[in-house]
Design a protein around this ligand. Structure first.
Ligand SMILES: Cc1cc2nc3c(=O)[nH]c(=O)nc-3n(C[C@H](O)[C@H](O)[C@H](O)COP(=O)(O)OP(=O)(O)OC[C@H]3O[C@@H](n4cnc5c(N)ncnc54)[C@H](O)[C@@H]3O)c2cc1C
Ligand code: SF4
Ligand code: SF4
Length: 375
């Protein structure tokens, strides 16, 4: 089992190292950790030597081999896309009400289907208040539909999962970025081994993610150009667009990515996972095919839900072209290698003694990831 410490070590290992992504996993577990406009802070000190805050955090003492063995019954091998059964092209099916989806609507369709079939009784999702992404615990498909579309800022989504546990939901769904799926995988292990801390997850849908944007800094950048309450939707179209677009009540606003990229939290540059390797299903854009998603099917449970949702018309799927898969795999491998080099340079991998690590990876896998980029 990975080492577990308390909130003092969480502050030292994550906040002081500028590694916090504001995922929400440590928020509202106790009265002390809160998230305000994207930033997680501890309001009062706590002297417990071990806490769920540390144990859940995706940026402290994450043991990738332990997680892979528990989730997939196989060692962590550092492969670009993680373990999967198949990759599909996917989009919302005929039985899905039209919605304000980000791309193909695959994620909202799968959550809708899971609610309608009683496979989940609540879902931790991400809504938006003005520009600020907020955690939302949806308890029906209509509320889930209201959370459709991407908010490209780091979001405290997992605070909603903590709320769901407190409120006694027994079959929860969760949608989130790869760092959030790592936190959820750690939650599922019930690291403090207390019955009251059981996190009953029925469906994890991950999102592809190369980087996110710091909410407060984005607010600062856009302050002069628009009012957050006017935003209807945001997008980062695939290259060569090189812009973030915002649809507002007063018309479209375009911001160059050269202005956006300095707002990427530093912790995204040490993130190894592009495709949510610990989720049941992972969705991203389908580059070159607007209105469709790439869908990675990883777990048996995920595969069953995809089959059923397709048979009942909630999603539509097609084969995923081999050339696109090669492209996706290369992008994920590049992110892994790039981030691992920075992690190693910052001395955050496999630390020994009193020095705690951000991440633990078998040394042969470290070599493989670095070597793969030279092939
Ligand atoms: C920060 C971020 C970075 C991304 N980067 C990439 C990328 O590099 N390449 C790529 O292919 N795809 C990326 N995506 C995923 C992409 O934007 C779509 O979410 C994905 O293609 C699913 O589309 P959809 O139409 O099925 O989503 P929809 O059906 O519209 O559903 C979107 C879901 O995303 C959830 N969500 C929205 N914002 C957030 C957030 N900030 N944090 C956690 N959950 C959220 C909502 O709860 C909702 O359930 C990123 C998403 C985010 C949030
Ligand atoms: S659990 Fe998430 S929000 Fe809390 S310290 Fe870690 S990264 Fe930050
Ligand atoms: S790049 Fe990694 S750390 Fe940053 S938001 Fe995406 S998954 Fe989280």
């Amino acid at each position: 089992m990975p080492q577990i410490f308390g909130s003092a070590e969480l502050l030292a290992d994550v906040h002081k190292r500028d590694l916090c992504i504001g995922c929400g996993a440590c928020v509202d577990l106790c009265p002390y950790f809160k998230n305000h406009k994207g930033k997680t802070s501890q309001l009062f000190g706590c002297t417990l030597e071990q806490g769920r805050c540390y144990a859940y955090c995706p940026k402290a003492e994450v043991d990738l081999d332990e997680l892979a063995r528990r989730m997939w019954r196989s060692d962590y091998d550092g492969s670009p896309l993680g373990p999967y059964r198949k990759v599909l092209a996917c989009r919302a099916g005929k039985r899905m009400p039209r919605g304000d989806f980000q791309s193909g609507g695959t994620v909202t369709s799968l959550i809708t289907f899971a609610f309608k079939k009683g496979l989940i009784d609540a879902a931790a999702l991400t809504d938006r208040e003005g520009l600020t992404p907020v955690a939302r615990l949806a308890t029906n498909w209509e509320q889930a539909a209201g959370c459709a579309s991407s908010k490209f800022m780091a979001s405290p989504t997992l605070a909603a999962l903590n709320m769901g546990v407190r409120e006694g939901y027994r079959r929860m769904g969760v949608v989130g970025t790869p760092c959030q799926m790592t936190a959820v995988a750690q939650m599922q292990g019930n690291p403090l081994q207390k019955e009251a801390y059981d996190v009953p997850i029925a469906l994890k849908v991950g999102l592809f993610c190369n980087w996110s944007v710091d909410t407060r800094q984005l607010m600062g950048l856009l302050d002069q150009r628009l009012d957050g309450s006017e935003i209807r939707r945001m997008d980062i179209p695939p290259p060569p667009a090189n812009v973030m677009t915002l649809e507002t009540d007063k018309g479209p606003v375009t911001v160059s990515l050269s202005d956006i990229k300095p707002l990427i939290p530093r912790t995204c540059f040490v993130c190894l996972d592009m495709t949510a390797e610990f989720a049941d299903l992972a969705a991203g854009m389908f580059e070159g095919r607007t209105g469709w998603n790439t869908l990675i099917v990883r777990s048996e449970a995920g595969e069953e839900i995809v089959e059923q949702a397709r048979n009942e018309g909630f999603i539509e799927t097609e084969d995923f072209p081999a050339e696109n898969l090669r492209h996706l795999s290369k992008a994920a491998a590049d992110k892994k290698e790039r981030s691992l080099r920075i992690l190693l340079r910052r001395g955050l991998v496999n630390n020994q003694g009193d020095e705690r690590a951000a991440v633990r990876i078998p040394t042969e896998v470290v070599d493989r990831i670095l070597g793969a980029s030279r092939e």
